[in-house]
Design a binder for this molecule. Sequence first.
Ligand code: GAP
Length: 513
Amino acid sequence: MAQEDVFKKVVSHCKEYGFVFPSSDIYDGLGAVYDYGQNGVEMKNNIKQYWWQSMVLMHENIVGIDSAIFMHPTIWKASGHVDAFNDPLIDNRDSKKRYRADVLIEEQIAKYEEKVEKEVAKARKRFGDAFDEQKYRETSPKVAEELAKRDALHERYSKAMNAMDLEELRQIILDEEIVCPISGTRNWTEVRQFNLMFKTEMGSTADGASTIYLRPETAQGIFVNYLNVQKTGRMKIPFGIAQIGKAFRNEIVARQFIFRMREFEQMEMQFFIKPGTELDWFKTWKQTRMAWHQNLGFGAENYRFHDHEKLAHYANAATDIEFKMPFGFKEVEGIHSRTNFDLSQHEKYSGKSIKYFDPELNESYTPYVIETSIGVDRMFLSVMCHSYQEEQLENGETRVVLRLPAALAPVKLAVMPLTKKDGLPEKAREIIDDLKFHFNCQYDEKDSIGKRYRRQDAIGTPYCVTVDHQSLEDNTVTIRFRDTMEQERVNISDLLGIIEDKVTITSLLKKLK
Ligand code: GAP
């Protein structure tokens, strides 16, 4: 199946099976805002638990907090978001559509890369088995020409972005003859800066309301609580503070479903360290976070690091963990060495000392910080895209199955009475009443057993149990495994032992090195 089709199918599957709905659906939706349904919320909670427990339970020196979304407006001045959390925007006068100038140029860079891939594909077809791809890439004049154009554009673009030279960004768009995808024209306006923070007002206007912002990241809630946590928790450096919560950005190019949303959720951890140790800790956290991702078993080839060449003014190292989505390798998590920028800024703007007294060195300093920041929704999307499969069965039928890691699956066990009579439903409910304290179970008695299996496959339920007349006699049931579709007769009293170990978050954590 073409990757584009996979993505479309994942999006419609998410809606059809109660994972993700467009927000305000009956009012035709709200741009780039989504709701999680009955299965989506379970899976999302499992992802959050996997992250939270891996941080807070598995590390003695990491604690969690839950800070408010509304914060003092000066925080966003101090953090640099009021002045610099901007996207460069450009409008097409004919279509009246607005675009991000940087995205238009990045798409143009990608076009040169696509041309190279087309050339390589054509040559592969022409030369057949004798094709030496590496040699062709190194020697083809056409490939060299496209790569040279790409590199020249990339260099010019990076310079313009580093300097935030808006005129130059516009000039690049004109020189590259980039057209509006709607009107097909090059009738572009100037490029303007657009701040991504949502604003609202606190207090009534008569009282003199003040403008406050919906937080664009959860990180600042951690920085401004650093002193509270360090003092009340008697934390010693190195230590971390973790938080999961909503963040809001007025994204202009909001598309690709839950990949880029206006309201989304982040799982962030700030790790406070001694100045000078940051590059070692950066390396450690890169490895730790990559291991967390790969522990899900999706295959190491689907992940890569993208180290940043261009660093934000406060950072001295940064990388993204990218996952292979159906629309290419995309950032799911960022790891940043943020120096002491944030704490120093809050010291300056609040007038309070945010120093740490290091008893070993017998001196005070402003701690440095390594940040790990992952989007819950992007993580959710990566799990969905990787798990969605359409399988051809031996009998010619196709089954849609979500091969979710069992610990992330919304429902762990479906219990199905073969018929709705003869005491089978009661026996099935007995099983659920016993197991529901351990994991999420679902009772299902409607339609044929085959249809019920398909329904559970489609939401990724790893185990189904069928209760039949024999169950009443000898307390055995048939357990059916999602991935192999194999079935086994087992004692009801053994179900907990068979299932529990494989479906808990603990089972995932134990595999983490
Ligand atoms: N505190 C650092 C920070 O916020 P970021 O790279 O802007 O860094 C971190 O965001 C993560 O948050 C990203 O890797 C991504 O997973 C997620 N994220 C950012 N913007 C998002 C959006 N508009 N929709 C969904 N997830 C988003």
